[in-house]
Design a protein around this ligand. Sequence first.
Ligand code: GDP
Ligand code: MG
Length: 410
Amino acid sequence: MPPPEKIIGIVGKTNVGKSTLFSVMTLLPVKIANHPFTTIEPNIGVGHVRVRCAHTEIGLPRCDPRAGFCISGERFIPVKIIDVAGLIPGASMGRGLGNKFMDDLRQADVLIHVVDASGSTDLEGNPAAPGTHDPVEEAENILHEINEWFKNIITRIWESKISRFLASTQAPLDLITQNLSGLSVRRQHVIEAIKKAGLEDKPFKNWSLTDVADFAVSLREVGKPILIAANKIDIPVAVEYVRALKKRFGEENVVPVSALGEYILRKAGQGGLIEYIPGDPMFRIKDSSRLTSDQLKVLKLIEDNVLKQYGSTGVQQLLNHAVFRKLGLIVVYPVEDENKFTDHHGNILPDAYLVPRNTTARELAYMIHTELGEGFLYAVNARSKRRIGEDYVLENNDIIKIVAVKSRSS
Ligand SMILES: Nc1nc2c(ncn2[C@@H]2O[C@H](COP(=O)(O)OP(=O)(O)O)[C@@H](O)[C@H]2O)c(=O)[nH]1
Ligand SMILES: [Mg+2]
C-alpha cells in the first residue's frame, strides 16, 4: 500500500480565512483533464506540495503523474487537507468543542494555524477595523487551547486505559502508543516526547498527573507540530504583525500568506487570463484587453502589496513548509523500468511518494506492495544504476526500482 497519507489540519478562530485558505489550496491552478475531484467532503480536500520534478534533471521531456500534475517541470504531489471547524477561546474547557472538531483534529499530522495578521477580527471572530486586534495574542490563545485539549484527552486516556496496566506490562511503550494511536501519533513521537518532557529516567508507574500533562504538551509539539499562517498580508498593516509573530514564535514557525490573493490568481489562471504557477513570485497577463479595469486593478494590488513585498502569496510555501520541514518528508519516485524511468505501461515517473526521512529501500518496497516487501531481493538506484540493499536509506529525489522474487500468486 502507498505511504500512509499525511493529513494537514487547518485551525484557527472564526473569520481569519480558514475556509478561504482551504478552498484555494484545493483549487487546481489550471484546467486538468481527468483529474479526480479535489474536494472529498465539504471540509476535506486534496491540495498539492510543489517540487522540481525529477524528470527535468534526468533530461526527459515530460512525466506522466498518476496523481497530482506537473507544470513546466514543477511537480505537484497530493496531500490531504481538513478545514477543522472554528476554534473559540475556552473551547478546551468544553465550550463549543464538538465531536466533529475533535475527530478532525485527531486525524491531523500537522496543523496550520491561521491568524488574521491584519488584526481585523476580534477574539470572538467578529470583523473589526484593521490593526485593532493583536494576532500575537490570538495565536497564543489558540496554542493554549490546543495544548489544553491535548492534555485533557491524554490525561483521560492515561487514567482510564494506561495507568492500571503499567505495572503488569512488559512493553509500556507499546501500551502507550497503542492507546494513543487514535491521535495519529506514532511510537517515535512517544519516545521523543518522553525525552522532551525530561521524563526518560522516571518509571512510568511513578508518573504524576503533572508528568502526564507535561508529556502531553511535548507529544503535541512533536506529534502535531503547528505552523502559523499569518493571513491577509494584502492588507498593509500586516507587515508589523508578521514581524511580531515571527519574533514571538520564531521565523521558522510563521509563513505570511494572502489566501485571497492566491484565490484570485488561481481563478484568473483557470480562466486563462493569466499565466501563474502556484508558489511563483510573479504572474503574466496573457492579454490585457480581456481584463476589465477592476480586474487589472486587483491584480496590480496583489502584485504590489503581496508579491513584491513577500515574494509570493505564501500559500504554496505554507503547504511545502508543513510537509517538508514540519513533517520532514522527502520525495521518492518508484519505477519498474530503471532505464526508461517508467512503470510497465511506459508511464514516466508515474508516482511521487512523500515518505518519512530515514525510510529504507525495503520499507519503500512494502509501501509499493506487500509482495514486493516480502519478496525483496535488492533495489536499483535508477540514476546511478547501482544496486542497493534493503537497508539503503532513501534520499530526497531518489528514483528507485525494487527487484523481488515473483510471488506464487502472480
Ligand atoms: N483581505 C483579505 N481577506 C481575506 C483573506 N482571506 C480571507 N479573507 C476574508 O476574511 C473573511 C473570512 O474568511 P473565511 O475564509 O470565511 O474565514 P473562516 O471563518 O476562518 O473560515 C472573508 O470575508 C474573506 O474574504 C486574505 O488573504 N485577505
Ligand atoms: Mg470557515
